[in-house]
Design a protein around this ligand. Structure first.
Ligand code: SAM
Length: 280
């Protein structure tokens, strides 16, 4: 069959099945083959790879993944898409479509615990829980190459000091090296999203780039530090109600690190948050 990246083919399939787009599932389907090729190239997919695709939709990117990868597992929540996927993926015998919620499915069981490359045009409403779930549940994902809202991609990649830098930047950068590989305008999708999009590749570190005694404690500190952005770090942490952490202990730890007591969270690097967590 001619590829779905041809908008005419996508429209025909949608009409044939009388498919109604569901906003609540973040359904914006790609209709640009060049963008899909760019994603596959960025993910460096080869026939040796097992790919996990989150939200195949009508199977537009899945067709390309099936041709490039050894095996593809595609997890789709919307059961109305299953008959469409059965038709659009009929000629590929290396694709398994699973009708599940990606936030609930046991990925390791699905893929037999093998290392996977995650590739997706993500449903934007759950970008952060999906990415953090993949990292924190220690799924053997060697890389995650995904389309996300442009602002979110910029936050993931941001370094200290700027307005985009925050808890998401630090959380992502603790687990992976982020690289924005393409900006994608709304006219590459049906229907067009109201926001700009970007493709970001997150390459998982084998070892985190910083050492910290208590990972969970550091994460709570980071979240508390950015909860009230305009406050100093000492005030933010002092008011957060974290066990054993007071304005005084925060201030003392910063002094030991040679930082000003009026410093804000956005000035600290990941390494400094790790140091703070060990000291406080
Ligand atoms: N991959 C397709 C494409 O690029 O044309 C569709 C991408 S669309 C932005 C997001 C897809 O994720 C939709 O098909 C939607 O139904 C699916 N989806 C939304 N929430 C999901 C969830 N919790 N688990 C699995 N799939 C989900």
């Amino acid at each position: 069959m001619e590829k779905l990246s041809n908008p005419k083919v996508t429209i025909e399939i949608i009409q044939k099945y009388n498919f109604a787009f569901q906003k609540r599932f973040g359904q914006n389907f790609l209709i640009d083959g060049h963008v899909i090729e760019k994603i596959i190239r960025a993910a460096e997919i080869t026939k040796d790879d097992v790919v996990l695709e989150i939200g195949p939709g009508i199977g537009t990117m899945t067709q390309y993944l099936a041709e490039a990868a050894g095996e593809v597992f595609a997890v789709e929540i919307d059961k109305n898409l299953l008959p469409i996927l059965a038709e659009t993926l009929a000629e590929y015998d290396n694709v398994t479509v699973v009708n599940e919620d990606i936030l609930k499915v046991d990925i390791a069981a699905l893929t037999g615990g093998r290392p996977v490359k995650v590739v997706a045009n993500l449903p934007y409403y759950i970008t952060t829980p999906i990415i953090m779930g993949l990292f924190e549940n220690h799924i053997p994902a060697t890389s995650i190459t995904v389309m996300v809202q442009k602002e979110v991609a910029e936050r993931m990649q941001a370094g200290p000091g700027g307005k985009d830098y925050g808890a998401l930047s630090l959380a992502v950068q603790y687990y992976a090296k982020p690289e924005i590989v393409a900006n994608v305008p709304p006219n590459c999708f049906i229907p067009r999203p109201n926001v700009g999009s970007a493709v970001i590749r997150l390459t998982r570190y084998e070892e985190p780039p910083v050492k910290v005694k208590d990972e969970k404690k550091m994460c709570s500190l980071i979240r508390a530090s950015f909860n009230q952005r305009r406050k100093t770090l000492v005030n933010g942490l002092g008011n957060a109600g974290l066990p054993g952490i007071t304005k005084e202990s925060a201030s003392a730890a910063l002094e030991q690190m040679g930082l000003s007591p009026t410093v804000r969270g956005e000035a600290l690097t990941l390494e400094q948050f790790a140091q703070l967590s060990d000291l406080i």
